[in-house]
Design a protein around this ligand. Sequence first.
Ligand SMILES: Cc1cc2nc3c(=O)[nH]c(=O)nc-3n(C[C@H](O)[C@H](O)[C@H](O)COP(=O)(O)O)c2cc1C
Length: 415
Amino acid sequence: MMQGIADFSKGLKRTTDSGRTFSERNNPMSALQSCLTIDDLKRLARRRVPKMFFDYADSGSWTESTYRANESDFQKILLRQRVAVNMEGRSLKTEMLGETIAMPVAIAPTGLTGMQSPDGEIKAAKAAEKFGVPFTLSTMSICSIEDIAENTSKPFWFQLYVMRDRGFIERLIDRAKAAKCSALVLTMDLQILGQRHKDLRNGLSAPPKFTPKHIWQMATRPAWAFGMLGTQRRTFRNLVGHVDNLADLSSLSAWTGSQFDPTLSWSDVAWVKERFGGKVIVKGVLDADDARLAVANGADGIIVSNHGGRQLDGAPSSIQVLPEIVAAVGGKTEIYLDGGIRSGQDVLKAVALGAKATFIGRAFLYGLGAGGEAGVTRSLEIIQKELDITMALCGERDIKNIGAHTIYRNGLVGN
Ligand SMILES: Cc1cc2nc3c(=O)[nH]c(=O)nc-3n(C[C@H](O)[C@H](O)[C@H](O)COP(=O)(O)O)c2cc1C
């Protein structure tokens, strides 16, 4: 595959990346700095990341109705404007699991992140560390747990998929422990993979196919292609060398496709927690009864999430169900939300409805695709600035004072 990229890239006199201004072409940093919104970063990422990997991020399952609702339902919540309130000395600082963070935002675990940008997980982890927000590494990452530990100095979080091969899962948990991960994020909503049409049409199924079409997509993104040639990190490095008789991307993909465990149960939360010996956040809860079960089985935190609209299409948006989950277990555990966060205003609305903090998936992936580590930093800066100004215009100086009074209650959530 990489040889194919090299051949195409060598022969390429100029990119097909049309539509860029002269200054963007000659100064990628200025293109990044001219991005004022997450949507701007998305447009830039589309031009810099090969189509099959850009589509992998920008897709939901089946009709993508839940994917769309995650974003659009935020627009239905209105903010309460207050005036003549002292707005000096504002603070967005809060805590997640007792750790102080710069703002109520963490980086969500995303698979194949090292395909959005070479060494993508390392770049995102570094940006998060410098910014002072948590970074979560996916089981299905390109860079390994050890890669992140070697390239960062603060503890990060590791997301675990429970697979049939429990011996492998035990070793994975032990590796996260050895790397001093300060929490495990246990994903419960992917016992079976949702169907994403774009991935199937692009041939990103397991195992992935590399046809001339794919090689062309990569070669027409020469900066990406050369970056990929310059790194050894091009496969699922949490798995390679740790699973017997698996050595390359396609066989690893086939293995993972058959490995997600359809028998996953609530008792596995306690099992994982005991093996890890640290805090466990349960990810993928959309129902109040499931939230109660998560708490009863030892969850230290819950992420209200529909996997970014990638699993059960037709399920409600995360923000829609947040209030009922807060009502069910809000006093007993920390509640976070992900799904559709594209601005600081979305973060504020989630906090107003009871989320202690939020996770961002695509918002940071678009930044990463647009400009690597600097792009992830840009996405965090954009969200931080929007959150700060919105909070001020709502008449608050401390994110910890944001609550139900900050929004109108007759909007989407109706309670
Ligand atoms: C490209 C992509 C890959 C993802 N991979 C994983 C994963 O490996 N593990 C996981 O728990 N969630 C995964 N997710 C879900 C995210 O953790 C998160 O729930 C979702 O992205 C939040 O929605 P948002 O992208 O609208 O912010 C992935 C999401 C995307 C977009």
